[in-house]
Design a protein. Structure first.
Length: 161
């Protein structure tokens, strides 16, 4: 038996949050949100423009303290929405500020049809970790919360963990 933490960052529709909650519930894992000290704007277009600038410049926002300590867990699932073909800057900041050496990391991402290189970037960022069971989950391309990836695929992914 292992102890598992599901971490996620989610901004607009909560798609990544929904997947994180489903995974945590199915596995009896603890759940924690990665969040920025300074929130992103509520307006979608403003947040998208800011996100693009941050991704392009390599900016890492300051994060709020997590209410769970990743060092206390053997397995850590990390979820992110796709921001300009990579992970959200908040998730990149998490990886840069936490040593996951010796842990098992399960990267998952949500996207609107443009998965980019998120999983590869997360794998590279999880230095010293054993990265297993990556998953890309697609929602509709209009920024909504309609699932495109078959729910059965998500269930099989969760079961495989």
């Amino acid at each position: 038996m292992f102890n598992m933490l599901v971490l996620y960052y989610s901004w607009s529709n909560g798609n990544t949050k929904a997947i994180a909650e489903k995974l945590a519930a199915a596995k009896g894992a603890d759940l924690a949100r990665i969040d920025t000290v300074v929130p992103y704007p509520d307006d979608y277009n403003t947040a998208v423009s800011q996100g693009q600038r941050e991704v392009n410049s390599g900016y890492r926002p300051e994060l709020k303290l997590l209410d769970k300590n990743p060092a206390d867990y053997d397995v850590i699932a990390v979820g992110t929405p796709t921001w300009w073909y990579t992970m959200a800057p908040a998730v990149a900041a998490f990886f840069e500020t936490h040593d996951l050496s010796g842990k098992t990391v399960i990267p998952f991402m949500t996207n609107g049809g443009w998965p980019g290189h998120v999983i590869d970037d997360m794998t590279d960022a999880a230095k010293g970790a054993d990265v297993v069971h990556p998953m890309a989950i697609q929602f509709d391309s209009t920024g909504g919360s309609d699932l495109v990836t078959p729910a059965s695929d998500i269930d099989q992914w969760i079961e495989s963990i």
